[in-house]
Design a protein. Structure first.
Lengths: 442, 808
């Protein structure tokens, strides 16, 4: 990873967006809008390289009694989660399984032909042909006054390499429009709170500027002083507006007390993961976005999880045959670690009261969807993608259940997610794979 | 292209100025050039009596004007001859015969002495009370760019153009390049005919173009790459060049402006808009790779790519059309990145006819603040590079404080004393203060300080630092460079000669060239040309491409005349050549002879057909209707900008509608009928002859001899500044008149002064304009020299060093 450079990229992007906004406008405040009586949020978490099916899927369908090993960290949420076995990526098209899995996972559509070459004899691939479900839902929220937010959606990354490729992108704003996950918590802080911080810096020096203007004015002729007086009036007005904006910011979306300054190296991944989750929950509590994705590494990710005493790269181990006990143990360890991170996220949401005083916790109104680009690493199967749904009591999802649907296009699951968000779709991605409509989750 | 809305806009623009009245034309002829004596005391006395009796009723007892009659106070630049003629013919308006002969001469003598002589004008035109000027928008951006650039290593520049190209045999760029060389442009098709083709690996090849991009104007540029294979392009990103780009796509070192490294069907065109400042070079790098990325593809073969493997680096420059980025805007040398404050600013005050930094507004302060925040972010983001330290150095804090002191001092354009250092720098570095935050505050406070924003304020007795600052603004719209700073410190900017020496050095910089080019665009009112559109039935040759070619042709002409050794104002008006490419040669019937070179070449044209810039087809196209010529627009332009008679807007504007006239009439006949009224003729007696002199050029500026099957008549009688009538036979006569007209020279000098100094020369002294004009006339009409003289004059040091003999 190249932290410093990535930050440059962010600053560059930030400067573009900053130029497009009137300086004092700041972030839209939620205080003015009518309270949303039924807030809904969607968080999609990705981890790569398939799972270990027999350590992941509950033993039988129906109410979950005991969680399988990989899901154990989610035990506090045993009665608030659902596993959905059966939805499979069947859209086909170009690209290796890893590439297809990643690009089709949230779009339910194929990839364009391109120059990204994966393993095997698969034809090389480009970007996805249509929008991903998180963006579809975000657009839906943004189209309504009481669910509209400053950012609409946020793309968080953890250890995603700085490389634009169908293996590293799962969110798409549309055909050929991949969205880049932000893996550096510092950029995310700048993106979320940069303007607020700029205002604070300005407020810190504005009295000095006024003092400087007054001193300077003393050297001028009376006529010149007149022009400078107007300048001084404008500065005073700016100060007044900044103070109002500052007060609004600290009420509506205070800068969280999170230190994002972590060196972006592989071994710091656990800390980065936690900071990103903290920032995400904070931003959602501040109503800056209602849709977020959290992408761990990438399809074919080679993270070396030394913090789990796994020294080999993740993708390499995922290719080992089932008989390799050592690999199996390590893969369970790795996937259990991901489950632990999701548990941390769910815990934070559970422990944060729903803002706006409608009662309950944020988790009641938030659906977490855990996804993977493959069903199983060594077979590269796109069947039985390990889908887990957590939280969202108020979203009409039956919880504490192991769903077994038999093989069915995952497009129908994507439609079900949209439905839970209040957005009923007739089809999503390739229409012919949407027969039967949204999977019933209630 | 044929946007009806655009046509309406143009029509509206054109009608606004299509009738104008001469309010203060003419010019004072300098003593020694035959200025008639202003009359005896007797004439003055009898003139006063006549004035009181016949004129005061409309013009007021003291020429102050009368409400409901003639409201404007008398005054301006006129010759006695002109006044006498005017009174004789048109005054008093009720009965012009009331005041003729000796009476007219006497009252004119009185008027001249009281209101129009240089002395009278000097007395009227007190120095503007307000001298406070903020940075103009262009100056603001250029200054910020140079302020930050002053902390980077700036390589010596070369004159070489084109890009550095490296060919690699394989898809990555790991191996040694097959070949490295400078090529004029990046526009290639890698077919078997390509000279490198045989050396390419069958598993793919790659190519890298690098160097710098030169922006001729400030504005938004669209950078475009067309390619069917993997491409990525970096612009103005020092990291991309400093570290060198790794060949592994998994290790991209920097953010690309255009990233098509991952090819995806349906995307063979990559575009991004970016804001660039004029007169600067921006590092650019473009990479191309033919092959798949990621896992190697065993089945891939170069012949597959050769079927259609291409790359073209193009742009749309401000006011241009999409074209391959021309060689002259590329350099093989890599320059450091440039800080650009691209946020929008409200436009500068142009109410005086030139851009100035008069007036502040909330919108301006908001824009200046946004630029400051952006700059502060940029400085903090690269603080270690700029302060020449490292994140873990022991002396990092000291180095950063030293950087901040230099930064503020450069922003304020003079050294800081101890108290100022404390107030503008040290107070932000209190113990325990986060260093980055301190830097941010120092930068913000400095860039919002009046000492930064008002570079010339409160200067009553300019010192060497003021001279450096004024000179840098005049020559570059920017900050003093290192050489100027050192000269100011070491007493090397005291005499006008020393200052002039620096100005000569600074003239060679592209920023000076860009500033001078901007003047010519302003002088020739080229902003008008961007709206030009033509009736596609009458002018099927006209399209955006033709318009862009015409603009290029004019720019080449200006560059050749202005930036040659001679740099002769007279050549600008008299030149008998045009720059044409094949398209222009065909449309304008220019014989390129043996010359078959691609692109634009200079071609001699018959001297009776073209005369310098006033017959350049771009101008003639701009000053014309979409379906016909417009002698009024052409005439007004020539009156104001070329022969230097000011015109005010007409008291009652009437739109000229060609369709209102008998279609069999020629344009000249229509205009003559339209302006027949004596009230119109006060101005149109000047405007029409000048406009008619260009009737041999149609709406596209093509030579013509007939209109409506009637021969063109471009001849007219014209009254010179001396009151004498002459016969103008065509454009060349107008040009010849201008090059011997003091008024024309004065107008040119004044406009250039205003453009360079953002103020009128009279703000410096009543004599400045005359002195500069005389210098211009007696030194070969050298434009570059005039630029330098104005810049030096504007520092105020010459005035200071010369005893002034102004009458009180």
């Amino acid at each position: 990873m190249t932290g410093h450079l990535s930050r440059r990229r962010f600053l560059r992007q930030a400067s573009v967006s900053a130029a497009a906004l009137p300086f004092l406008s700041g972030l839209p405040s939620v205080s003015g809008a009518a309270l949303d009586p039924k807030p809904r949020r969607l968080i999609i978490v990705f981890s790569p390289n398939g799972t270990v099916p027999d350590a992941f899927w509950p033993k039988q369908p129906g109410p979950i009694e005991k969680l399988p090993p990989i899901l154990e960290p989610l035990d506090p949420f045993k009665h608030r989660l659902m596993t959905a076995k059966g939805p499979s990526i069947v859209v086909g098209g170009v690209g290796s399984r890893h590439i297809q899995g990643m690009g089709c996972l949230l779009t339910g559509n194929q990839l364009f032909p391109g120059n990204a070459k994966g393993g095997g004899n698969s034809p090389s691939a480009g970007w996805a042909k249509s929008i991903s479900i998180d963006q579809e839902v975000a657009n839906f929220f943004q189209s309504k006054q009481n669910s509209k937010t400053a950012f609409g959606s946020l793309q968080f990354g953890v250890a995603v390499p700085d490389l634009a490729d169908p293996r590293t992108r799962m969110s798409y704003a549309g055909a050929n429009q991949p969205l880049t996950p932000i893996s550096d918590p510092r950029w995310m802080v700048d993106k979320l709170y940069g303007k607020t911080k700029d205002k604070a810096s300005l407020l810190a020096i504005i009295d000095d500027v006024k003092d400087d203007l007054a001193r300077f004015s003393d050297q001028l002729s009376p006529e010149d002083r007149e022009m400078l007086e107007r300048h001084m009036e404008h500065v005073a007005e700016m100060q007044r507006q900044l103070e109002i904006a500052d007060a609004n910011d600290s009420r509506n979306h205070p800068v969280p007390d999170i230190d994002p300054d972590i060196e972006l190296i592989n071994d710091n991944t656990p800390q980065i993961s936690r900071v990103q989750i903290d920032l995400m929950v904070n931003a959602m509590a501040n109503n800056m976005a209602r849709v977020a994705t959290l992408q761990y590494m990438r399809s074919v990710g080679q993270a070396r999880m030394k913090w789990l005493n796994v020294k080999e790269g993740h993708h390499k181990i995922s290719h080992e045959p089932d008989e390799n006990e050592d690999a199996r143990t390590k893969l369970i360890k790795i996937n259990t670690w991901f489950a632990g991170e999701i548990a941390y996220l769910a815990t934070k949401l559970r422990d944060t009261p729903e803002p706006g005083g409608v009662g309950g916790s944020m988790l009641d109104n938030t659906l977490i969807l855990w996804v993977n680009e493959l069903g199983k690493g060594n077979s590269h199967t796109l069947n039985n993608i390990p889908f887990v749904l957590i939280g969202g009591e108020n979203l009409g999802i039956k919880q504490g259940q192991a769903l077994e649907l038999g093989k069915t296009p995952h497009n129908r699951l994507l439609m079900a997610i949209a439905k839970a968000m209040g957005h009923e779709l007739e089809s999503f991605g390739i229409a012919k794979y949407c027969k039967g409509g949204a999977i019933e989750l209630g | 292209m044929k946007n009806p809305l655009k046509l309406v806009t143009v029509a509206a623009l054109l009608t606004i100025t299509c009738v104008a009245s001469l309010v203060s034309p003419g010019s004072r002829v300098d003593a020694g050039q035959g200025e008639p004596a202003a009359g005896t005391a007797d004439a003055f006395e009898s003139g006063l009596a006549i004035y009181a009796k016949q004129c005061a009723v409309c013009h007021g007892e003291k020429g102050e004007g009368v409400e409901g009659k003639y409201e404007k106070p008398l005054g301006g630049e006129r010759t006695l001859a002109w006044l006498t003629r005017r009174v004789e013919r048109t005054m008093p308006e009720a009965d012009p015969d009331e005041c003729v002969g000796e009476d007219a001469a006497a009252v004119s003598a009185y008027l001249y002495e009281s209101f129009y002589s240089p002395e009278a004008r000097a007395a009227q035109r007190r120095l503007p009370a307000r001298s406070l000027q903020r940075l103009t928008v262009e100056q603001h951006r250029q200054t910020l760019a140079d302020l930050i650039a002053s902390f980077r290593e700036q390589p010596k520049t070369t004159d070489q153009h084109g890009l550095w190209v490296q060919y690699y045999p394989s898809r990555g760029m790991r191996k040694n390049p097959l070949a490295e060389r400078v090529e004029p442009v990046a526009d290639a098709v890698f077919k078997p005919e390509h000279p490198m083709y045989d050396k390419f690996d069958k598993k793919g090849h790659s190519v890298r173009w690098s160097g710098s991009l030169l922006a001729p104007e400030t504005g938004e540029y669209e950078i475009i790459v067309h390619s069917d294979h993997a491409i990525r392009l970096w612009l103005n990103d020092g990291k991309a060049l400093g570290g060198g780009i790794s060949n592994e796509i998994t290790d991209t070192k920097s953010v690309a402006l255009l990233d098509g490294w991952l090819q995806s069907e349906g995307k063979t065109e990559f575009r991004a808009k970016t804001f660039l400042l004029a007169g600067r070079a921006y590092p650019i790098m473009l990479e191309f790779s033919a092959h798949t990325q990621g896992v190697g593809n065993k089945d891939w073969h170069k012949d597959q790519a050769a079927k259609n493997s291409y790359l073209s680096l193009r742009w749309v420059a401000p006011g241009g059309v999409e074209q391959v980025i021309p060689e002259k805007h590329l350099k093989p040398q890599k320059m450091p990145e440039v800080f650009i404050a691209a946020n929008p600013f409200p436009p500068d005050d142009a109410s005086m006819g030139f851009i100035s930094g008069a007036g502040v507004s909330e919108a301006w302060l908001s824009a200046a603040t946004e630029a400051a925040i952006h700059a502060a972010g940029g400085v903090v983001g690269q603080i270690d590079t700029l302060a020449k330290t490292k994140p873990k150095s022991k002396d990092r804090r000291d180095k950063i404080i030293a950087f901040c002191e230099r930064f503020v001092s450069r922003a304020f354009r003079r050294p800081l004393n101890q108290e100022e250092t404390q107030r503008h720098v040290m107070q932000y570095f209190s113990a325990g203060q986060d260093i980055e935050q301190a830097v941010k505050r120092v930068v913000l406070a400095a860039l919002l300080s009046p000492r930064f924003l008002y570079p010339q304020a409160g200067v009553s007795a300019p010192d060497a630092y003021d001279a450096a600052s004024a000179l840098a603004l005049a020559m570059w719209d920017s900050l003093p460079d290192q050489a100027l700073r050192e000269a100011a410190t070491k007493g090397g900017l005291v005499t006008p000669q020393q200052i002039e020496q620096h100005a000569r050095r600074m003239l060679k910089d592209p920023r000076a060239k860009a500033k001078l080019m901007r003047f010519f665009h302003h002088w020739l009112e080229l902003e008008r040309a961007e709206y030009a559109d033509k009736d596609s039935t009458l002018f099927p040759e006209f399209d955006e491409q033709l318009l862009a070619d015409l603009r290029t042709s004019l720019d080449l002409f200006l560059e050749h005349t202005v930036f040659s050794e001679r740099s002769d104002y007279r050549e600008l008006l008299l030149a008998d050549y045009l720059y044409v490419n094949d398209r222009l040669a065909e449309v304008y019937g220019v014989d390129r002879g043996e010359d078959t070179a691609p692109g634009f070449t200079r071609v001699k044209v018959p001297a009776d057909r073209r005369s310098g810039v006033i017959t350049h087809p771009y101008l003639l196209t701009a000053f014309a209707y979409h379906n016909s010529t417009s002698p009024i627009h052409r005439g007004v332009f020539l009156t104001r900008n070329i022969i230097g008679r000011p015109l005010n807007p007409p008291p009652n504007a009437i739109a000229f509608e060609g369709a209102d006239f008998d279609p069999d009439l020629t344009m000249r006949e229509k205009v003559t009928a339209f302006t027949r009224d004596s009230a119109c003729m006060a101005c149109h007696e000047t405007i029409n002859p000048l406009g008619f002199s260009l009737e041999n050029y149609d709406s596209l500026g093509r030579w013509r001899t007939r209109e409506n099957d009637k021969p063109i008549n471009a001849e007219s009688d014209f009254t010179g500044d001396d009151g004498k009538t002459m016969r103008l036979k065509g454009a060349r006569d107008v040009a010849n008149y201008a090059i011997q007209s003091k008024a024309a020279h004065r107008a040119f000098v004044r406009l250039l002064f205003q453009h360079i100094a953002q103020r009128d020369p009279s703000a410096l002294s009543p004599k400045t304009l005359d002195q500069l004009t005389t210098h211009f006339e007696t030194n070969g009409y050298q434009i570059q020299d005039l630029f330098i003289q104005i810049a030096v004059e504007n520092t105020g040091h010459r005035l200071k060093s010369q005893p002034q003999d102004d009458s009180p």
